[in-house]
Ligand binder design. Structure first.
Ligand code: BDR
Ligand code: CA
Length: 320
């Protein structure tokens, strides 16, 4: 698989889950502007990979730096100014940074090319997992549609079908940042699985559950996950009224590990790219008796989730 992310606290949790899951072969990671600028997202990705102490970390390539047509909108209120919930400011007893700048560096290739190269090389055996705005994938499609059409499937976190948005009353962040890219992906004809707020907002890692798991299995990994989630949980407690961390991006990894965790419905979904009040809204045809011809489904949408089963899986892999 290729992980495409705007690292971000929950992207970092998704990276941890993916890289601690022996079933998954992470061939590469591409980054994109979203939660923070792509340069910071790249640094954050490398920092997390370095902390994971992998014998052979996957290559990380810096992707697109801005949405297709809109100015970049970031989410420092949710993820902190460093994009990692403030962990880069933590120091140990010796006064040194607990999470120093990574020694790992990104590959030379940038933009959409690394994604296209992997698609050319691995075709049907490559799954794309996108946890940020879909700019890299839309740009890769424009560059080499035929290579991208050969991938096995795309699983992406984004959208809100029957629930409110999280950046506007109707728009979810990843789609709102680059609605034109999301529309291009939905129009692509690729096999798509959407993991929207409908299921991710029901997948809440509580502080109590994390503390209990970390107490049972304490070690550097538990420490990292506790540090990463502290500020993110505080944001959800104060601004959203949720007692824990919403596991948006890690749930997409769960979708690869155990597809039975969610119940998926084939839907026809489009993105509102213009509306003054509705830009970034994912509009699904939910009519039971449409007048005129019903558009064919273009995406499998996760509409139900077994959240406790996913959270157990996450805690088993991401603590210790
Ligand atoms: C999505 O927006 C980002 O802030 C998160 O990382 C996640 O991908 C949730 O709407
Ligand atoms: Ca993300």
């Amino acid at each position: 698989m290729l992980l495409d992310c705007d690292t971000g606290v929950d992207d970092a949790l998704a990276l941890i889950l993916a890289l601690r899951s022996p079933e998954l072969d992470v061939l590469g990671v591409t980054t994109v502007s979203g939660n923070c600028h792509v340069d910071l997202a790249t640094r954050n990705t490398l920092l997390v990979l370095e902390q994971l102490r992998l014998p052979q970390p996957p290559p990380v390539a810096r992707g697109c730096d801005r949405p297709l047509h809109l100015p970049l909108q970031t989410a420092t209120d949710v993820h902190g100014r460093d994009g990692l919930g403030g962990i880069t400011a933590l120091t140990g007893a010796d006064g040194r940074r607990r999470y120093p700048e990574p020694a790992l560096t990104p590959t030379g290739a940038t933009g959409p090319e690394p994604m296209v190269d992997l698609a050319r090389a691995h075709g049907q055996s490559l799954t794309l997992l996108c946890t940020g705005p879909l700019t890299n994938l839309a740009t890769a499609l424009a560059l080499d549609r035929r290579a991208m059409a050969g991938v096995e499937r795309v699983v992406f976190m984004g959208g809100a079908i029957r629930v409110p948005g999280n950046v506007t009353p109707v728009a979810e962040f990843n789609i709102a940042v680059d609605p034109h890219a999301a529309q291009a992906v939905l129009d692509s004809g690729l096999p798509l699985v959407m993991v929207p707020l409908d299921v991710t907002t029901r997948t809440v890692l509580t502080e109590a559950a994390l503390q209990a798991a970390a107490a049972r299995r304490f070690g550097w990994l538990s420490r990292l996950v506790l540090d990463l989630t502290a500020g993110y949980m505080a944001f959800h407690r104060e601004a959203v009224g949720v007692a824990g961390a919403l596991m948006h991006d890690p749930l997409t990894v769960g979708e690869l590990l155990a597809p039975s965790l969610t119940h998926k419905t084939p839907l026809s979904v489009g993105v509102e790219c213009e509306g003054a009040l509705t830009r970034g809204m994912t509009v699904a045809d939910l009519r039971s008796r449409p007048t005129g011809r019903r558009p064919a489904p273009n995406v499998e949408v996760a509409m139900e989730v077994e959240a406790p089963r996913f959270l157990d899986l996450f805690l088993e892999r991401a603590t210790g």
